[in-house]
Design a protein around this ligand. Structure first.
Ligand code: FES
Length: 126
């Protein structure tokens, strides 16, 4: 089996899909090669990520990676979320095929982009 059960689960039943209208940080990234696009929305209170949603126009691994990444940062502090790596996302998914690792990189980058946006809006935190 090319994909782990966890990848299949998060692809078929992705968690935290959608948008947050009054998001405190929004980040969008894309991969020029495959053309996939990922957008992350964060709601932050007292430097804790109280809500996170994503929209991914992309492959199954990108959807599974974004779903898992949102689960990993929900309820965490902004600092902890900044430390989330694509490796942690891949491990939580019980692995991805080598040619699909870039999909998990997209998830890491989307979260960092959303946190960047947050810091631009609220340089002293919120
Ligand atoms: Fe590009 Fe998955 S193939 S994000």
């Amino acid at each position: 089996m090319l994909y782990s059960e966890k990848v299949m689960d998060h692809f078929m039943n992705p968690r935290n899909v959608g948008e947050i209208e009054d998001a405190d940080g929004v980040g969008e990234v894309g991969n020029a090669k495959c053309g996939d696009i990922m957008r992350m929305y964060l709601k932050i209170d007292n430097n804790i990520i109280t809500d996170v949603k994503f929209k991914t126009f992309g492959c199954g691994s990108a959807i599974a990676s974004s779903s898992m990444a949102t689960e990993l940062i929900k309820g965490k502090s902004v600092d902890e979320a900044l430390e989330l790596t694509n490796k942690a996302v891949t491990e939580a998914l019980d692995g991805l095929p080598a040619h699909k690792l870039h999909c998990s990189v997209l998830a890491e980058e989307a979260i960092k982009a959303a946190l960047d946006d947050f810091y631009k809006k609220y340089p002293n935190g919120k």
